[in-house]
Design a protein around this ligand. Structure first.
Ligand code: 1YM
Length: 641
């Protein structure tokens, strides 16, 4: 140990050693982790003390420097950490807070501590986890300094001479024995500083990075927002069109400081950021709840008084309406913040809700009265949002009523059959408009209906139900089948007892068949289970022998036939069909639709679980199994090249 002073160690020093030893043994318990997150945490612990001093009104400038050797310096122009002898520890207050693990409660209980943060362990953790640390205090006209190594004082508190300055400065070099990486991230530090600068209006933060190439100027940043969160809201709205000025308020009640800035833009989004003691709460909490209630209530009070809710059938504006285009920052300072969960994501103190609600409601009401122009554009926008929402809801309900779900009004694309007897009726679901056209001409109108599908139908395994319900092809199928959907499905209303999927015999065609099958499987499984669903088997080849035409489903069958014919000395002409659309109506009838000559394959579910797995693999969101399947079977598929 490089202790050059004649300081002797008594029992209290041994306790200190043991305390800091605990931090070094289990750092993660104190700072969360020893990766980059943990590394920046020991910086945050120091910065937060300086910011607390600014919030308390004693300091207006913080300097942060990343030195060339990787040490980090944080300085403020506050009161300076006290250096007088501490009655209990018998050493200076500075040394006590730097080394005594349990000093926190007694010394660091200010009004609204930022460092009531995640771990709230204070500067002694930074000290314990640094290879070395030097703390300098400018106070009472003097400069004081003490140096520590891995948390242990290696000098006594030295007086270095006179000064006009006041403030605290720490320089520390993180311990490579503790951290996996001791390289501070400028970007991370900058973001932290930016947030503090926004949340503490009037605080100036100067940031310097000296880790630059030889001969280069250090990187520097000045962060200063005179108007604090008001500037923050303006910044968030830079790329938007504002429809009001920024409303701003700051009030203290029941020991809780409430600061709110609000501005509306013409966007549809809501952007609200919530902070407690400068810590962001991504999931809001009681301050957000109070804010929302106050906003809705103040807007409705003003709107009613000004008779702006005409045509709204005695309803008032709802939360959804007043939040469209809202940008806000809510920052509260609470003496004893309680959070839900470990990570401060949600504020829990119930008293914060009522305080925020009350002060904000009053302030907003006054603001609206004094700024009628802003009030009118904000409320006008909310009324518009209300009407748009009501119109959208009505439209949605209308679609559902007359569309897919009730089965009234058949799709325009459907060429229905004349029979109303389901037992003898067939529905052909046909890929593509041209094949659909041939099928419409070639069919037997009496009992065969044709529903052409345009392009590829939605993959019902990949999307959520709401998205699928909006798909036109899907709606057409639902309407044509007539059985309804979901809880209200009734198979007895099925309009056709043969539902035939007719697609090309190539890879694309089987993809379409699978898409339709997936949909039927997912939404109309009873139809498959009860044997109503079929696959048409269009031929791939036509062989003409004289005036006779023969059709074949596979190359093998065709080859066998042609071989026979040649052996018999007959001349054959072979055609390969590129797709259903290539066949004329008569050919389609003859080969694929005529009950006398066609081949239909009934779709069966022998084992529902197997089928589900196959569908999951072929149609689900997971790509690798599908790729494996396609790779394995692609050679067997009839590739149409
Ligand atoms: C670069 C980091 O730590 N500034 C800082 C810390 C303190 C004070 C002023 C301070 C606080 C109080 C009274 C008080 C702290 N002092 C203590 C303790 N900057 C930085 N600036 N006088 C000065 O809270 O009453 C803890 S933090 F406990 F020693 F008083």
């Amino acid at each position: 140990m490089s202790n050059t002073d004649n300081q002797t160690y008594d029992s209290s020093n041994i306790r200190v050693l043991q305390g800091l030893e605990a931090v070094r043994k289990r750092p993660a318990m104190y700072i969360g982790s020893t990766d980059l997150e943990g590394l920046h945490h020991i910086f945050t612990e120091i910065l937060d003390n300086a910011v607390d001093e600014a919030i308390a009104g004693y300091c207006d400038h913080i300097w942060i420097t990343i030195h060339k050797d990787g040490a980090l310096e944080v300085r403020d122009n506050g009161r300076g950490i006290p250096v007088d002898l501490h009655p209990q520890t018998k050493v200076s207050t500075l040394e006590t807070v730097m080394t005594n693990l349990h000093a926190g409660g007694k010394f660091e209980k200010g009004a609204y501590k930022v460092s009531g943060g995640l771990h709230g362990v204070g500067m002694k953790c930074t000290n314990a986890l640094s290879e070395w640390m030097e703390s300098t205090v400018y106070k009472n006209g003097n400069i004081y300094r003490q140096r520590y190594e891995r948390g242990v004082p290696v000098t006594k508190l030295q007086e270095l001479g006179k000064t006009d300055l006041n403030g605290t400065q720490h320089i520390f070099k993180p311990d490579a024995q503790i951290f996996s990486d001791i390289n501070f991230s400028f970007k991370r530090i900058l973001e932290k500083c930016r947030q503090h600068a926004y949340l503490t209006g009037g605080l100036r933060i100067s940031l310097t990075d000296e880790r630059v190439e030889e001969g280069q100027q250090p990187k520097t940043y000045e962060l200063y927002f005179e108007d604090g969160i008001k500037s923050y809201v303006k910044f968030m709205n830079l790329s938007e069109k504002a429809v009001s000025d920024v409303f701003y308020m700051k009030k203290e009640e029941e020991n809780i400081v409430v600061e709110v800035a609000v501005q509306y833009t013409d966007s549809l989004e809501e952007t609200v950021k919530c902070y407690t003691n400068n810590i962001i709460n991504p999931e809001g909490g009681t301050h957000l709840a109070g804010f929302r209630t106050a906003l809705t209530s103040a807007i409705n009070i003003y709107a009613t008084a000004e008779d702006m809710l005409k045509g709204m059938k005695n309803t008032t504006l709802g939360g959804d309406d007043v939040r469209e285009g809202l940008t806000a920052v809510i920052s509260v300072k609470v003496p004893d913040p309680q959070f839900e969960g470990q990570t401060k994501i949600k504020l829990n103190n119930p008293e914060v809700k009522s305080v925020v609600q009350k002060v904000l409601r009053d302030e907003l009401t006054t603001y609206f009265q004094e700024n009628p122009k802003d009030a009118k554009s904000i409320i006008g926008k909310a009324v518009l949002a209300f009407k748009a929402r009501a119109a959208a809801k009505a439209a949605r309900e209308a679609v559902i009523r007359k569309g897919a779900l009730e089965g009234s009004g058949l799709p325009g694309k459907l060429a229905d059959c004349s029979s109303k007897n389901p037992a003898e009726s067939e529905l052909y679901i046909v890929e593509g408009d041209s094949a659909g056209g041939s099928a419409k001409q070639g069919r037997n109108r009496a009992n065969q209906a044709i529903l052409p599908l345009r392009g590829k139908i939605i993959n019902s395994h990949k999307y959520r139900v709401d998205r699928i319900l909006g798909n036109q092809e899907f709606k057409d199928i639902v309407t044509a089948l007539g059985v309804g959907i979901g809880d209200s499905m009734n198979v007895e209303n099925l309009r056709y007892h043969k539902v035939v999927i007719m697609a090309d015999a190539d890879v694309d065609g089987s993809h379409i068949s699978t898409l339709v099958l997936t949909l039927l499987y997912r939404f109309f499984r009873p139809l498959i289970e009860q044997g109503y669903v079929y696959l048409a088997q269009p031929p791939l080849f036509k062989v003409e022998v004289g005036k006779n035409r023969y059709y074949f489903l596979s190359e093998k069958e065709k080859d066998a036939f042609v071989n026979q014919a040649e052996k018999a000395g007959k001349k054959t002409v072979t055609n390969r069909f590129k797709g259903l659309g290539e066949m004329n109506p008569e050919q389609l009838w003859e080969t694929t639709m005529n009950p006398e000559t066609r081949v239909l394959k009934r779709v069966e579910i022998h084992d529902a679980e197997d089928a589900e797995k196959t569908f999951e693999m072929l149609m689900g969101v997971e790509v690798p199994p599908r790729r494996r399947f396609i790779q394995r079977y692609s050679k067997q598929a009839n590739l149409d090249v």
